[in-house]
Design a protein around this ligand. Structure first.
Ligand SMILES: C[C@@](CO)(OP(=O)(O)O)[C@H](O)COP(=O)(O)OP(=O)(O)OC[C@H]1O[C@@H](n2ccc(N)nc2=O)[C@H](O)[C@@H]1O
Ligand SMILES: Nc1ncnc2c1ncn2[C@@H]1O[C@H](COP(=O)(O)OP(=O)(O)O)[C@@H](O)[C@H]1O
Length: 328
């Protein structure tokens, strides 16, 4: 059996996302909801470093490290092992050590775990030299691991359909400025928020139409007009997220009173994203929110930004120690 050439360290930078629109359709037979969402990658990044090792492991540093599992449930590790299973017949791969510098709030509706999985797929493909794994196959593997992961490979602004895993880029020039509020120690479980949305809809006996993207939002994005985008932000999970974490209503109210053009819960929350018109407005709003609470981490970001990108590849990496290859 041959073993893949391996040397050095590979590093990938991957952003978090917010959802500019999240239209939630009916619950499908497979337990997922049909979606039409507009993903928007923002400049809050995790950094994934991979290197050959004698056993699989994941290590996390950064402000949110203590909230991230380091066992086999870590999505980065799950992604690395899923990719290793796609190696060509007759090739052995070394296990990897994965280091995550965690800057994306955890369980916050910003898809940080999905981002780490996307970054790990890109980094391990490079480290293992799996050149036969083209982007289409990488996306297919990503979609099999989680609904948000394919988008984090793309980045930018894109429509997600199906359960969110089918990604179509949106024409959007220019940039938007955001202030993000991430509740200290708050977290919402994605399945719990979808279930609460179903419960609230059933209570009202609501008809649920098939979800479709808003033409007005698409037009506003084409012009990157902050006020027009502000008028068309929509999240069908917001009510459910507020029902489970009522403090989010206070945060949205505070942001509006402090001059945000609009505020929206990101995905299943509890991160709240405020749209502002400029960097100066972003500074004013973040200072105002920090002063008046509710308590939370406040981050400034721009979007759209690219998805998972190599920042150190095998070609530029110094050769690392040689380790014996083992079966993956
Ligand atoms: C709500 C969103 C909006 O972008 O993001 P987050 O707020 O979690 O970041 C996504 O739909 C989350 O996607 P992701 O976090 O990848 O979810 P998955 O791992 O695929 O699914 C976790 C669980 O969420 C629910 N789920 C997810 C996607 C979907 N279209 N319908 C669902 O009902 C299901 O209960 C599923 O078992
Ligand atoms: N690499 C990872 N980073 C963050 N969370 C992870 C990771 N791997 C697994 N998880 C688990 O996934 C859950 C959801 O995390 P995350 O993706 O940050 O949130 P969300 O789905 O709200 O966007 C976390 O509570 C954590 O237990």
């Amino acid at each position: 059996m041959r073993s893949a050439e391996l040397s050095g360290v590979v590093c990938c930078r991957v952003p978090g996302k917010i959802n500019l629109e999240l239209a939630v359709g009916p619950l499908r037979d497979d337990g997922y909801h049909e979606l039409s969402t507009v993903f928007h990658a923002v400049s809050v990044y995790d950094r994934i470093t991979v290197q050959a090792a004698t056993s699989w492991s994941v290590h996390v540093t950064g402000p949110y490290a203590d909230r991230v599992p380091t066992d086999d449930s870590n999505l980065a590790l799950v992604a690395a092992k899923a990719l290793a299973r796609r190696r060509p017949r007759g090739i052995r791969l070394t296990p990897v050590r994965i280091d995550i510098d965690k800057q994306i709030p955890v369980a916050g509706g910003m898809a940080g775990g999905s981002a780490d999985a996307a970054g790990t797929l890109v980094a391990c493909r490079e480290l293992w030299g799996l050149d036969h794994v083209e982007n289409d196959l990488l996306e297919e593997i990503a979609g099999s691991l989680g609904s948000d992961i394919p988008f984090l490979l793309h980045g930018g602004t894109a429509i997600g359909s199906g359960r969110g895993e089918q990604v179509t880029p949106v024409l959007a020039r220019g940039e938007l400025h955001w202030v993000l509020w991430a509740g200290e120690g708050l977290g919402l479980s994605t399945p719990a928020v979808y279930a609460e949305c179903d419960r609230l809809r059933a209570e009202r006996g609501e008809e649920i139409p098939p979800p479709t993207p808003s033409g007005e939002l698409m037009q506003a994005l084409r012009r990157m007009d902050a006020d027009a985008v502000a008028g068309h932000l929509r999240n069908d999970l917001q009510e459910a997220a507020i029902s489970l974490q009522p403090v989010l209503a206070e945060v949205l109210q505070a942001g509006r009173e402090l001059g945000a053009r609009a505020g929206i819960v990101s995905g299943s929350g509890p991160t709240v994203a405020f749209l502002v018109g400029s960097q100066a407005e972003a500074i004013d709003l973040s200072v105002g929110l920090a002063a008046r609470g509710p308590a939370g981490d406040i981050l400034r970001a721009i979007g759209p930004v690219p998805g998972a990108q190599l920042v150190q590849s095998r070609a530029t990496a110094p050769a690392g120690p040689t380790v014996p290859p083992v079966s993956g």
